[in-house]
Ligand binder design. Structure first.
Ligand SMILES: [Zn+2]
Length: 139
């Protein structure tokens, strides 16, 4: 089997953590509209908010660069593994946002991109996807 795509055991899966972001109290009162306990989750590429709850865009902007890194496996000594709280970007606000890895979710490469994997024999997996029922990126 020279072509890995012909190998039934060719692994095109990868795993990301599901994340929960929850507002915790800091050393100052809250200024923004994010009371303690406000939360959202990130599952794959999708933000999930509880029904009826909002989340302000400014702390979201501070969180966005961190979330894709937190979704991925990191080494135990990496600060990305140990550090879990992000401060609100408003310097007058005491808001802190605690990021917790709450689970793992497995994805297939061809379900999330049309770019072929090295050694996959081309983009046929991604092309095949359009013939399959829509399973969504979050499974
Ligand atoms: Zn704030």
């Amino acid at each position: 089997m020279d072509n890995p795509a012909d190998d039934h055991h060719f692994d095109d899966t990868f795993t990301l953590f599901d994340l929960r972001v929850e507002v915790v109290a800091g050393d100052k009162p809250m200024v923004c509209n994010h009371p303690v306990g406000t939360w959202f989750e990130l599952r794959g590429e999708n933000l999930i908010l509880p029904p009826g709850q909002s989340f302000p865009i400014y702390p979201l902007a501070a969180l966005l660069p961190i979330l894709p890194a937190k979704q991925r496996m990191t080494e135990p000594a990496d600060w990305m593994t140990t550090d879990a709280e992000i401060a609100c970007p408003d310097p007058h606000c005491g808001g802190r946002f605690r990021i917790t890895r709450v689970g793992k979710r497995t994805f297939r490469h061809g379900e999330v991109t049309v770019v072929p994997m090295p050694g996959s024999g081309g983009g046929s997996r991604a092309e095949r996807r359009t013939d399959e029922p829509d399973q969504g990126a979050v499974g």
